[in-house]
Design a protein around this ligand. Structure first.
Ligand SMILES: CC(C)(COP(=O)(O)OP(=O)(O)OC[C@H]1O[C@@H](n2cnc3c(N)ncnc32)[C@H](O)[C@@H]1OP(=O)(O)O)[C@@H](O)C(=O)NCCC(=O)NCCS
Length: 161
């Protein structure tokens, strides 16, 4: 397993998780609108302050995406985002990817803090983040509207030391 730059051939894997029924409840953004062409454009046109990696198996098959967004070189922080295809969930692949990206963030980029937000309803992701050393720093009450419900948005972070 390894992390590498996203490639054009990862479009199908990314399309897969973006279009799971469950994905609608997990993210604020509506990924179900994304076409394969949108994903290809995303892969080709990376933002300057973002890094997006694919986690791939030993045969270079796409397992998931892990990203550092809004890399802030003044305050030395960045926002983490992660999503894996269902076949790769529960296999340890996401844990591997998390370790690799944190190593990259703290040793290579010399960042001090990685933060993220997660819907309070996403119990699997919350458990995963806590297992990987993230600590809850805040809660925006009733921040995200899903259907007729307003859901809390939790903020988590991990500090380099
Ligand atoms: C979040 C994600 C990257 C975590 O990777 P993963 O491989 O599923 O994580 P793990 O299996 O290592 O850890 C999840 C934990 O939650 C547990 N879990 C699974 N389903 C659960 C549920 N419905 N409720 C509570 N806990 C759950 C698992 O048993 C596991 O705990 P354990 O290690 O004690 O057994 C992955 O599930 C994913 O890509 N999800 C979809 C996208 C997403 O939610 N991204 C985060 C948005 S903020």
């Amino acid at each position: 397993m390894r992390l590498r730059e996203l490639k054009e051939k990862d479009v199908s894997g990314m399309y897969l998780w973006m279009h799971y029924e469950e994905t609608k409840d997990i993210f604020e953004k509506d990924f179900s609108k994304y076409t394969k062409e949108d994903i290809l454009n995303f892969i080709k046109k990376q933002e300057v302050n973002d890094v997006n990696y694919a986690c791939v198996d030993d045969n270079d098959n796409y397992l998931g995406t892990i990203s550092l967004k809004n890399i802030d070189k003044k305050n030395l922080n960045a926002e983490l985002a992660i999503s894996f295809i269902q076949d790769a969930q529960g296999t340890g692949a996401a844990h591997f990817a998390m370790n690799e990206i944190l190593k990259f963030a703290f040793t290579k980029l010399k960042l001090k803090k990685i933060y993220l937000n997660v819907l309070s309803t996403n119990e699997r992701a919350i458990k995963f983040y806590e297992k990987n050393g993230f600590i809850q720093e805040g809660c925006f009450k009733n921040h995200i509207k899903k259907g007729n419900k307003y859901i809390d948005l939790l903020w988590y972070a991990i500090i380099s030391d």
